[in-house]
Design a protein around this ligand. Structure first.
Ligand SMILES: [Zn+2]
Length: 297
């Protein structure tokens, strides 16, 4: 009986995750209201609790979502930048934690909601509870399917740790960065103002891994796919005064409408920038990057 319930629930969760992922592709992030009004096939599923950081639907066997705030000093945190740890909820080891334990027992995936602003979240789906670390009062969470097979979630082998770090970056940090950048730019390309999030990337001004290459909004630009690629290939540059430049060789070429309208006509345009000054692209970083563009021209 429980097995059948579990399988039905696993299928329903799969449907919910698919719709949620699609929503995020369209906007980069979701609001509390969207999570509250979430509907699949005409049926509403509350993906977030009204007041608490964990959603345990009465009609489900296990926890459906957990909420995490990267800025919070509270105990939910990434351990060694690899596996994700989620602290027991306040109080006893029972209560809310019971349904998280059920997620482990029944092998049911759930949603991790990362807060990027008040009432705005980037969901990571599916994630899995893979260990109940009772002595430290926390659950270990695998951020993707492949991490479920680690030998011992509480003691990762060096290679597993490296792998887990890569997954954390891909599944947690990059989507968060994209969510923050797209939100700051109101889901439009900073160069051409295209407003389709599915065609937008969060580009780094200074590359990830370089000094100053931080995953912060002031080191980011919301760019459509073509302008992102053009920026990375030095076909397109951005001055520290927020002006778009096109490589001089490219300006002289004659070709079809994409070259003409998509690139050449962008030369001299003013960059669209976020309204909040702290979100605007850093002029120092732009200058550093613009020098590379000039050297390549
Ligand atoms: Zn564009």
């Amino acid at each position: 009986m429980v097995r059948a319930d579990r399988d039905t629930e696993a299928i329903l969760r799969g449907e919910i995750f698919k719709h949620l992922e699609e929503m995020v592709r369209e906007t980069g992030a979701v609001t509390r209201q969207q999570l509250w009004d979430f509907t699949v096939d005409g049926r509403t599923h509350r993906l977030v609790d009204r007041n608490r950081g964990i959603r345990n639907p009465r009609d489900m066997l296990a926890t459906l979502s957990i909420l995490s705030d990267p800025k919070s000093k509270y105990a939910d945190e990434e351990i060694g930048d690899s596996l994700f740890a989620y602290a027991y909820r306040e109080g006893s080891v029972e209560g809310d934690n019971k349904k998280l334990r059920a997620a482990l027992e029944f092998d049911l995936p759930l949603i991790l909601l990362r807060k990027i602003a008040d009432g705005v979240f980037v969901p990571v789906v599916p994630v899995y509870v893979i260990a109940d670390d009772k002595p430290n009062r926390r659950f270990m969470i695998a951020l993707d399917d492949t991490l479920r097979s680690v030998s011992d979630p509480l003691n990762l082998l060096p290679l597993e740790r490296q792998y887990a770090q890569r997954i954390t970056k891909q599944r947690l940090h990059q989507p968060e960065f994209r969510g923050r950048v797209l939100r700051a730019y109101e889901c439009q390309c900073a160069v051409c103002n295209l407003k389709h999030a599915k065609l937008l990337d969060a580009a780094h001004i200074i590359a990830d891994g370089q000094p100053h290459g931080t995953p912060t909004v002031d080191n980011g630009l919301s760019l459509c796919k073509i302008h992102h690629a053009a920026y990375d290939e030095q076909f397109l540059g951005i001055t520290p005064d927020y002006e778009v430049r096109i490589n001089s060789d490219l300006l002289e070429e004659r070709d079809g409408p994409m070259l003409l309208h998509g690139l050449q006509e962008m030369h001299g345009r003013s960059l669209f920038t976020p309204s909040r000054s702290k979100d605007k692209p850093s002029k120092d970083r732009l200058a550093e990057r613009f020098r590379e563009f000039q050297e390549a021209s």
